[in-house]
Design a protein. Structure first.
Length: 129
């Protein structure tokens, strides 16, 4: 595929939403996420989430309904879900990760257009970022 066609196929923005639409998350689509992380820690496994990571400052969150949050383990990140429909949407760092990483995870299972992540590599790990 030519570079022009490749660029034309990249979404300008990635949009995610919970099932009832009360929480919406958007991030720039370029550059595309490096990978989708199917984290195998006990929390992510039980949520059934697979994450993409973005710098916190690039993420826009819109809420029109109540959310719930859960601080897990060493309290380094807060998982947020929609109180109405129960979809786990994202986790937000409450501390700076080793190496100064300040990214948040967005649940790919909530993406509005599945094709937007079709070319992103999947990885199974126990690492958050």
């Amino acid at each position: 595929m030519s570079d022009q066609k490749e660029a034309a196929n990249k979404p300008k923005q990635l949009n995610f939403s919970c099932h009832c639409g009360a929480i919406k998350v958007s991030v720039p689509g370029d550059p595309a996420p490096e990978h989708i992380n199917e984290c195998m820690c006990s929390n992510c496994r039980k949520h059934g989430a697979a994450w993409v990571y973005f710098p916190v400052e690039k993420v826009t969150i819109t809420k029109t309904g109540p959310t719930k949050a859960y601080l897990w383990d060493e309290k380094i990140c807060e998982f947020t879900w929609c109180e109405a429909c129960g979809c786990t949407m994202y986790w937000y760092p409450t501390a700076i990760f080793p190496g100064g990483i300040k990214k948040m995870g967005i649940n790919t299972r909530c993406i509005d257009n599945l094709d937007d992540l079709a070319r992103v590599e999947w990885r199974v790990t126990w690492d958050m970022v």
